[in-house]
Design a protein around this ligand. Sequence first.
Ligand SMILES: Nc1ncnc2c1ncn2[C@@H]1O[C@H](COP(=O)(O)OP(=O)(O)OP(=O)(O)O)[C@@H](O)[C@H]1O
Ligand SMILES: [Mg+2]
Length: 438
Amino acid sequence: MSFWWRPLLFVLALGLLALILTTGGNAGNGWMLFAAGLLIYLIYQLRQLSRLSAWLASAERPPLSGDGLWGDAFYRLEKLLRARQGAQQKTAADLEQMLEATRSLPDGVVILDQDNRIVWLNAAAERLLGLSPKRDLGQFVLYLLRNSRFVEWLMSEDLARTLTLDSPSAREHTLSLQIVPLPRLQKMLVARDITELARVEAMRRDFVANVSHELRTPITVILGFLEAFEDMPDAEPGEFRKHIPLMREQSERIRRLIDDLLALAKLESEPDAKDETVDMPVLARRLADEAETLSQGRHRISLGLDCRARLIGNSQELYSALANLVTNAVRYTPAGGQIGIRWSMADNGSASFSVADTGEGIEALHLPRLTERFYRVDRGRSRASGGTGLGLAIVKHVLQRHQARLKIDSTVGKGSTFTAQFPPERVIPEPTMPAEEA
Ligand SMILES: Nc1ncnc2c1ncn2[C@@H]1O[C@H](COP(=O)(O)OP(=O)(O)OP(=O)(O)O)[C@@H](O)[C@H]1O
Ligand SMILES: [Mg+2]
């Protein structure tokens, strides 16, 4: 609604009144009245204008009222300003939220201007790159991160290339750096901590190198024999025959290695094993019998069944894991030693399968690494007894899948005890036998 005609009406009415007075012969008074009216009107307009100016200048801007055209203008102006203020506040809040998110990002973020001076950095950049928001803002990043590879990389302006670097502030951390272009020739330097990735990659390389090495040895022996046979076309069959046991032994070794690798791969690729009820006393007895066969009378083997508890788990996996503990005890205990296999339950409902031997024992420094693939205390000895060094890695995996843990106690020269501890949730305390069987 517009009120533009009201002031016009006022001026016209004033003019008409002055005209009437003038025609009435009172010309001086008529024009005086007209001039006075115009002056009052001008003062009113100036007052409204000054109110508006003061209102615009004030910070709080309290509600502004007025009538007529001014009231309308005040109302619209106020509405416009409030809307703009609201939009500004929202933009500022959005910006603050984005900055907050970037501040707490796990990746280090550094904003650089066109001369590579630091404009802004987040907390992770402080930690990973050793920069300080107090000290380093406005500094040239190349003066602060002086690594020659970093300098060469940043100057190359090849934005597609990432750089892998040791963290300047925490050497044991590996970083991957990347540049992202921003508007106004600024750029964002992103530093990601890839320590874990680098560790896994190193493990993979080690693993491949270990497997290749383990396979190469027996294959070299077999190839050696085959080449020798080729060079003696006239040799007697008996000449060949006497080498067959060694060739066979080496072939067995390759097969065992491949079986173990496949077992590990299967454990890793299948997230969950099929659970069943495993009769642990029966399994323990079977393992004790197998230990007797392997030992061939060289050790005194005892079996202690302290409880009849059964386990919820995968019998095939549990068998292969626990058999490795028993085989190790026989393998690494000199003739005349003792081996005790025990299945028992604790008061809290957990159950343990343990294998104790009076063997050579293991130095404490080796214990944390024993379950690593291919880790052997005495490589030569383990290999001579047919070990591949994968047994305890398989044990660890299988136990993890059963929420169980492996405990190793060992004293050099006295012997070792390997214990698999199963949580109460996996243990069925006493088998419920049918009445007639009981
Ligand atoms: N009871 C034990 N007494 C002494 N040392 C042991 C015992 N059990 C394991 N070890 C040491 O731990 C190493 C790793 O054992 P692990 O079962 O993983 O491999 P392995 O027996 O050499 O080969 P695999 O089990 O694959 O045939 C062994 O090489 C041995 O040095
Ligand atoms: Mg073993």
